[in-house]
Ligand binder design. Structure first.
Ligand code: ANZ
Length: 852
């Protein structure tokens, strides 16, 4: 190694090789040690790492390295969420094999991640598209099927009639297929489902235990599970002998006297009566343009189809209303039917205004300033019930809902009911590049489980992906399977990739196990994940599915000791960059533009053309505002990139990419190397110093710094630690200016380098190797005696007599101490109607207040 110039390329390579060859980060069960399982989000192998990965994995790496130094037995694994649409699309466009494309990407991304110097146990690497992984997933599927947690049912899907495929809700744009542009149809298809709704209540209750999760994520999950308390109400129907009753679910039974219509979903069983009605068929088609998400439905214009049926208010037989089919009523919530109370529900009001139906207010606002008259806005606030016969006078909602339900139950026209919004998870995808579902159908079309010895069902190779619909439907030979002597056809749907990521954290515990998905003892040693780190975009689906999966695996056969897979969750912010557009509004990448003054930007290839600079936004390929991590690592070294990505913003907030910031981080590393050389010389000098002395200032600074960094590490305030590194530099730089520094320099410097290790591991290791022979380093312990801010006890005297003792921060100033003394219970009585005329203060010991 060159001695005076810091060559990050050599240093980075040296340490990365060292870590790899010595398998430094290999995790093994050590029962005598406390374990720590650190996990970051499962990357999709798109080909190149992006800055979001750099930030996510650097944050996780700091923690994993810190915990290792603290003496924990750390598991810090990495794998690839490698099934999914992009591989299939890329393969289709470029006539490639999705497997080859994916595997090549994995090789690239892995080498990029290694260059960041992550403390990963690569021996546990997994990839979901490998049959070593999905074989176990197929077994799990069958296990859940046997437990009754997997079923097949007909369900409505978005159907693209040109591509002959099911589209996810996000793939339907303005009612059209994103690729074909065809008008999307609602089609009933047989689909596979996981019975997640069975766990609604426990998934909701479990959130209370997750006290190391951000509250916002818990709120999002809570809303997604959506527990509603209300009542079912049975309405008698007139007008058609085939329909006697319609049941509705309501959270506001207390508004029943405000009813002006009853609405049902177009898929409600009563739609049978209208099956052949041309107008109804047209209406149903119109409704199918809305898409199937609740959001899409709530935003769409409310439309209805009036039937000849009449519903009777069960609390007031004289009140009769028309029954409509309406596009805003979902079939898979409650009973697929609602009673409309336009005065107190906005959707109902929109509908009533359109079809000129009555608006009958039944809640009088308690706040007199609010107008009782309903025009364009429904009143949903508190009040008192009126216009409602025997319910009049009840306080809404706290009294009125409960009281109305009691009456409904007495009259036997309905009963209380809890509903959950959470729906069963549809896992069927009509795609090639996913985990095959281990199910077949016999000639009678019965479901037949593929026997375990025939697993894994692997995907056929070298097939034509440029087909309409699911490519697997065209693989006749692949689809043939004999089960128990019977000719069967394999299921051609593959599993949603969210299934792959719902149990990968268990697989990491036993990544090499060939017999089982995971070994129960190993899972119970490592689980739960102590700290999970990732983007907030996974707040609902991925995290909820994983929470469901552990419960489903434990269902009937308790295996895993903890039902919650992720004990701590940290959601990091985005990496943002300014956006640039040329005069035609075309996005430009940062590499295509330049600036002389950081204000005006020009096109590089033609420096006359001024560029429009847009706001800083989260880096995305579509806006071309990305920075390639690999280039940065090559230009500035891994430590500088890590340092920069952690600086400026707390990890939970967005961080702005800036070239100056990147350069500053690079300069810091270089500067530190120069300091290191100086310190090294001083250490040598002190060894031969015949007038040795202990420099207390170094002890004090180092211990205080260590204490601060400990606090920041435990709060994820990594940006503060980066600022602390600058303080460390300044202090040590100044201290080493004196001729005699103190013979405690070496010990303290080793401590400093050790606490820098998690953030900038390459340079810290290199410096450490030059000042110590120790191979195993431990996180240094704070020596409390050097902490200024430790708490001390101070005597309070009044007119020279000891009256109380108070605990305060060391080095408290006189005026602050007087204020605290005045507030102390035992002192107050001596100060009543007195004034303090003088105080005698002995720092960190005593204060004597002279009063008159
Ligand atoms: C009458 C009523 C009056 C309602 C009122 C609200 C306010 P949450 O809280 O989300 O559970 N609803 C019931 N089933 C429905 C379905 N299948 N599709 C669409 N809407 C449905 O919402 C419960 C409310 O959503 C229920 O209470 C019902 O409207 C509607 F002043 O009943 B309500």
């Amino acid at each position: 190694m060159e001695s005076d110039r810091y060559n990050f390329k050599l240093v980075d390579k040296k340490w990365q090789k060292f870590w790899e060859q010595n398998k430094t980060f290999k995790a093994e069960i050590k029962k005598d040690k406390k374990k720590f399982y650190c996990l970051e989000m499962f990357p999709y192998p798109s080909g190149k790492i992006h800055m979001g990965h750099v930030r996510n994995y650097t944050i996780g790496d700091v923690l994993a390295r810190y915990k290792t130094l603290e003496g924990y037995n750390v598991l810090h694994p990495m794998g690839w969420d490698s099934f999914g649409m992009p591989a299939e699309n890329a393969a289709r466009q470029n006539n490639l094999d999705p497997k080859e494309w994916t595997e090549e990407n994995i090789v690239n991304m892995k080498s990029q991640l290694k260059k960041l110097g992550l403390s990963i146990d690569w021996d546990r690497e997994i990839s979901t598209c490998s049959s070593n992984y999905y074989e176990h997933q197929q077994k799990i599927f069958l296990e859940l099927y046997d437990k009754g947690l997997v079923y097949r049912k007909e369900n409505y899907v978005n159907w693209d009639p040109i591509d002959q495929t099911v589209l996810a809700n996000e793939q339907v744009i303005d009612g059209k297929g994103w690729r074909s542009g065809a008008i999307v149809e609602r089609k009933k298809l047989n689909q596979w489902f996981f019975n997640i709704s069975k766990f609604s209540e426990v998934l909701l209750e479990g959130l209370d235990e997750l006290n190391e999760w951000p509250n916002k994520v818990k709120v999002m999950q809570k809303n997604w599970i959506g527990k509603s308390f209300g009542s079912e109400i049975n309405f008698k129907i007139e007008g058609n002998s085939e329909v006697e009753n319609i049941k509705c679910f309501t959270t506001r039974p207390d508004t029943l006297f405000g009813i002006s219509f009853l609405a049902v979903s177009v898929d409600h069983p009563i739609s049978k009566i209208y099956e052949k009605n041309k107008e109804f068929i047209k209406f149903k088609k119109e409704c199918s343009k809305t898409g199937t998400t609740e959001e899409a439905i709530s935003q769409a214009e409310k439309i209805g189809f009036k039937t000849s049926l009449i519903a009777i208010n069960p609390l007031n037989e004289n009140q009769k209303v028309c029954v409509y089919f309406a596009n805003f009523v979902l079939m898979d919530y409650g009973f697929g039917a609602v009673f409309g109370c336009p005065a107190h529900d906005q959707r109902d009001l929109d509908f009533a205004l359109k079809y000129k139906l009555d608006v009958i207010p039944v809640i009088k606002p308690t706040n007199k300033d609010i107008n009782n008259k309903i025009e364009k806005e429904a009143y949903t606030g508190p009040g008192v019930i009126f216009n409602s016969q025997f319910l009049d006078g009840l306080k809404a909602p706290e009294q009125s809902i409960i009281e109305t339900i009691k009456i409904i139950e007495q009259k036997k026209i309905g009963e209380r009911r809890i509903n959950f919004r959470l729906k069963d998870w549809g896992v069927s995808r009509q795609r090639y590049w996913g985990c095959p579902i281990p199910i077949a159908y016999n000639k009678k079309n019965d479901i037949v489980k593929v026997p375990l010895e025939k697993l894994p069902i692997t995907l056929p190779k070298n097939i034509n992906l440029n087909t309409t619909g699911n490519p697997l439907d065209h693989q006749k030979e692949w689809g043939e399977i004999t089960i128990n002597g019977e000719q069967c056809r394999l299921e051609t749907d593959t599993l949603d990739t969210f299934v792959d990521s719902s149990w990968y954290f268990l697989r990491f515990c036993s990544a090499k196990n060939t017999d089982d998905a995971f070994n129960v003892d190993e899972a119970n040693y490592w689980m739960p994940v102590d700290q999970y780190i990732g983007g907030v975009e996974h707040a609902i689906l991925h995290l909820l599915y994983s929470r469901f999966f552990v419960r489903a695996l434990n269902y009937k056969t308790n295996k895993i000791n903890t039902p919650e897979p992720f004990k701590g969750l940290f959601t990091q912010g985005m990496v943002c960059h300014e956006t640039y557009k040329d005069k035609n509004g075309k996005w430009l990448s940062p590499e295509e533009v330049f600036s002389k003054n950081n204000q005006d930007y020009y096109l590089k290839e033609n420096n006359l053309e001024k560029i429009t600079v847009g706001p800083s936004e989260s880096m995305s390929k579509s806006k071309k505002n990305t920075i390639n991590p690999q280039t940065m690592i090559e230009n500035y070294g891994a430590d500088a990139v890590r340092l920069f990505i952690l600086s400026d913003s707390p990890p939970e907030k967005d961080v702005q990419w800036s070239d100056q910031g990147m350069i500053a981080a690079y300069k810091f590393i270089q500067k530190f190397w120069v300091l290191h050389k100086k310190i090294k010389q001083k250490i040598e000098f002190e060894k031969n110093n015949n007038q040795p002395f202990v420099n207390e200032k170094i002890n004090e600074f180092t211990n205080q710094m260590l204490n601060k960094i400990n606090i920041s590490l435990n709060k994820f305030s990594y940006n503060v630690i980066v600022a602390n590194l600058h303080e460390i530099y300044s202090f040590y730089n100044k201290t080493t200016e004196s001729k005699n520094v103190g013979n405690n320099l070496q010990d303290n410097y080793i401590k400093i380098l050790t606490i820098m290790l998690p953030i900038v591991p390459h340079i810290s290791n290199e410096c450490l190797s030059e000042v110590t022979d120790k191979k195993i380093l431990n996180w240094p312990k704070v020596e409390n005696k050097y902490l200024k801010n430790k708490e001390i006890i101070i005597v309070i005297q009044i007119n020279g007599k000891k009256r109380s003792l108070i605990k305060v921060k060391a080095d408290i100033e006189e005026k602050n101490l007087i204020e605290l003394a005045k507030d102390a219970k035992e002192i107050k009585k001596y100060l009543e109607e007195k004034i303090i005329i003088k105080s005698i203060f002995i720092k960190n010991k005593l204060i004597n207040l002279i009063v008159k």
